[in-house]
Each structure stands twice: as C-alpha cells, then as structure tokens.
Design a protein around this ligand. Structure first.
Ligand code: GDP
Ligand code: MG
Length: 245
C-alpha cells in the first residue's frame, strides 16, 4: 500500500524528451521508494514524449504525470507541477531534470540531509573536486563560475551553483516561492533564491538552504540550452533584480 502522505513529490519537467527520457530508471526508482513520488510534466512537447510517459505510467502506476497543452517553459512547467503536487500534502516537493544528469538516488540523500539538519531547501551543487565525478563541459564550468559569482553578489548570498536541475523544498515554504509565475524563463532557479531571500531574509536563506555537493553529475547530451540563451542572461537577470520579487 502507498503511504497516504508522500514524503516527497519530485517534478520531472519534460520538453521533447522522447529521445532520452530514462523511463527504466524512473520506474525502478518509483518501485523502490514508495514514499517518494515522481510526477512527470509534459510541457506541450511536439514529439512522442507524452506517449512515452503514458506507457511508463501504464507499466508502473507509481509514476504520475500530466500534460500541458502548450509549451510554457521549464519554470512554469515546474511551478504547475509543484502546485499540483501540493494537493497530496507532501512534506517536500522538488524538481529533477529529465536527463537524470543528477542521479535519482540523490533525492534520498537530499531528504536525509534536510531532515538531519533542519534545512528547508536542499539544492544540488556541481562542485568540481577530487574524489567526485562531476563531468561538465569545461566551457560550461567556467561560464558557470562567472555566472555564480555575479549572482552571489546580486543575491548577497554565498552560493556556488544556482543552476543545477536538482532541488528540494519544504512544502511549508512553497507558497512563498511558487504562488505566482516567474519573470524569468531561463533563470528561474535564481528567482527561487531571490524569493526565499525576500520572504524569509538573508540570514534564514544562508542557514536554511543547503547546497549539496554532488558526487556524480553527468553532462547528458541533448541539452536544449543553446549559446543564444547565454546572451539572454543579462536581460533575464535584469528582469529578476530590477523590481521587488
Ligand atoms: N518544461 C520545459 N522543460 C524544459 C524546456 N526546456 C528544457 N526543459 C527541461 O529542463 C530540463 C533540463 O533541460 P536540459 O536541456 O537538459 O538543460 P541543461 O542540462 O540545463 O542544459 C529537462 O528536464 C528538460 O526537459 C522547456 O521549454 N520546457
Ligand atoms: Mg541536461
């Protein structure tokens, strides 16, 4: 029997993921962790993504999914998924990139870390270091370092990696962050932190949000983030920081 109140519901945003959605891994994880639900959100894909999600759910009803008619972008797809997840009163919600660049087993580590230390949010951190297999393209790594430095200054928060697609939030904090659409389509991860700071304050954000250094992270090919999106970074940051969140 499934527990009535899931410990966590993790949104997996899927946009044209037919080529690379690892449904076997998703099914195996769902079967092994009944307290954690995976909710796949098809963001108006134009390929076979929804057919693939539906087939996976038919085989493994522990997986959940819904489909947005029109493509809304990752930020809104995640937000819609989280609001839907809240109907089941989970203790935690989060999102995880569909390419599983961050392995699913880290969801359990995030939960353990949060519960042991009282954190209200845990976010993946791709800290390149000895003893960890964090395989990122070198250009992405250095652009990421530059980006994180700028964002740290804007947020006035010592954060190393805002952009990792593996994040977990206490359900009690969801209203403060996800109650309204994000202004930024590409940098909503930054906007999430900005909203935490605005709502709970800098001290709270420094103490209650934990960056979890991943032992494994794989740059999976097929990314939809292109060089042209990098050019939009200043504009996206302006949208986020020019007004009250
Ligand atoms: N909902 C939605 N998800 C998207 C969109 N573009 C990318 N994603 C999802 O965002 C996640 C990360 O995308 P990916 O292309 O791997 O980006 P990268 O690894 O950050 O370069 C995946 O789960 C994608 O399906 C989009 O327009 N809408
Ligand atoms: Mg990716």
């Amino acid at each position: 029997m499934l527990p009535d109140r899931p410990q966590a519901i993790i949104i997996i945003p899927c946009y044209n993921e037919a080529e690379r959605l690892p449904t076997d891994d998703l099914k195996a994880f769902a079967r092994a962790h009944h307290n954690i639900r995976l909710l796949l959100v098809d963001d108006g894909s134009s390929d076979q993504t929804w057919e693939i999600i539906s087939a996976a759910i038919a085989e493994c009803p522990l997986l959940q999914g819904f489909r947005l008619k029109k493509n809304q972008g990752k930020a809104e797809a995640v937000r819609m998924g989280i609001l839907k997840a809240m109907e089941e009163a989970p203790e935690w919600v989060g999102f995880w990139d569909a390419d599983l660049a961050t392995p699913l087993h880290n969801i359990c580590d995030f939960l353990t870390t949060a519960n042991a230390n009282g954190y209200q949010a845990v976010i993946g951190c791709r800290l390149r270091r000895l003893g960890a297999r964090v395989n990122r393209k070198i250009s992405r790594h250095y652009l990421g370092r530059l980006f994180a430095t700028v964002v740290s200054m804007l947020l006035r928060l010592g954060v190393y990696d805002t952009q990792c697609g593996a994040k977990l939030f206490a359900a009690t904090t969801v209203n403060a962050v996800f109650d309204r659409p994000f202004r930024s389509r590409w940098l909503f991860d930054v906007e999430i932190l900005r909203r935490y700071v605005a709502y709970f304050g800098h001290e709270w954000a420094s103490d209650m949000i934990c960056e979890f250094p991943l032992n494994e992270w794989e740059d999976v090919s097929g990314s939809k983030l292109k060089m042209k999106h990098m050019l939009l970074v200043p504009w996206e940051l302006f949208k986020i920081f020019s007004k009250k969140p």
